[in-house]
Design a protein around this ligand. Structure first.
Ligand code: C2E
Ligand code: CA
Ligand code: CA
Ligand code: CA
Length: 279
């Protein structure tokens, strides 16, 4: 290769340069969105699979984009993670979700048993601020720590075992519960899972089949794991009556999915809670 100035200049690969510019731009967009309150939490009901009664909700973030409309988390959470903006965004999500639960508990005594599940990303988990953040918002709102469920993915458990186990223990010491999300997609074994202090297993919706025997076998195996560890179990992505009855009859405790309710704004959830016969 030539060793002149032009060649060295090629270190600034135009593709890479574009990537960096794009990332800077995306981070700036998300930062502005956070500043301008463009994020909004939706909430999806979680029900008791036997009675179909509401036991809690999962907070799911959306972006009210001024031009594109309502944008789903799958498009911007990865960018927020890559750019580090997930840390302030995640703080906002935790605060917003816990405050919302406090308001429901306050406004409607029939909802005091309701739990709030909050997704926590790997990057939030690596920083040390999470425990302090949760502590602060619990103190501010007076919400029972037991009503808060932090959802971490199975793949996060596979990162740094000792640090993760320590962090989970600190959160548990606060009294909050921990759920393993998307469970079944990360191949953790019983002996592996045993090392982490968790309370709840959420089986990934790819296991919630109910259409053929294979699907049921896997869902049953995951349930066996949960039971061996004395964890509560949640089946995600229940869309049909067959899926519901299959997971219920297997013995899953809780369920979540479009059959029961789609994620909705707080106002919609208010209406739902006002009507005791729904969802
Ligand atoms: P997740 O945590 O596994 O959330 C469940 C996703 O499944 C949600 O998608 C929900 O709308 C969708 N879902 C619920 N019931 C059904 C169903 O019956 N059928 C089908 N096909 N889908 C169903 P959503 O809201 O688009 O969120 C996608 C992912 O984005 C979440 O997956 C989670 O990993 C991430 N995410 C969402 N909100 C947050 C957040 O506040 N913080 C972080 N860190 N991640 C979030
Ligand atoms: Ca989740
Ligand atoms: Ca999930
Ligand atoms: Ca997921």
């Amino acid at each position: 290769a030539k060793r002149d100035g032009r060649d060295r200049f090629a270190v600034f690969d135009p593709v890479m340069y574009t990537d960096i510019t794009r990332e800077t731009q995306q981070r700036a967009d998300l930062e502005r969105a956070l500043d301008e309150d463009q994020f909004v939490l939706y909430f999806q009901p979680i029900v008791d699979l036997t009675t179909r009664r509401l036991v809690g909700v999962e907070a799911l973030v959306r972006w009210h984009h001024p031009v594109d409309g309502l944008v789903g988390p799958d498009t911007f959470i990865p960018i927020a993670e890559a750019t580090g903006l997930i840390v302030p965004l995640g703080q906002w999500i935790i605060r917003q979700a816990v405050r919302q639960l406090a308001q429901w508990h306050r406004d409607n005594p029939a909802t005091t048993h309701l739990r709030m599940s909050i997704n926590v990303s790997g990057r939030q988990f690596q920083g040390s601020g999470l425990v302090e953040e949760v502590t602060a918002v619990l103190a501010e709102t007076g919400v029972d720590p037991n009503a808060i469920v932090l959802e971490i993915t199975e793949s996060m458990l596979m990162q740094d075992v000792d640090a993760t186990a320590l962090m989970l223990q600190e959160l548990r010491d606060l009294g909050v519960r921990v759920a393993v999300d998307d469970f079944g997609t990360g191949y953790s074994s019983l002996s592996y899972l045993k090392r982490f202090p968790v309370d709840i297993l959420k089986v990934d919706r790819s296991f919630v089949g109910g259409h053929n025997a294979d699907d049921t076998t896997l869902a049953d195996a995951v349930l066996g794991l949960g039971r061996a560890l004395q964890l509560q179990t949640v089946a995600e992505g229940i869309e049909t009556d067959t899926q519901w009855s299959t997971m219920r009859d297997l013995g899953y405790d809780y369920g979540q999915g479009y059959l029961f309710a789609r994620p909705a704004s707080a106002v919609h959830i208010d209406q739902l809670m006002a009507d005791p016969t729904s969802p």
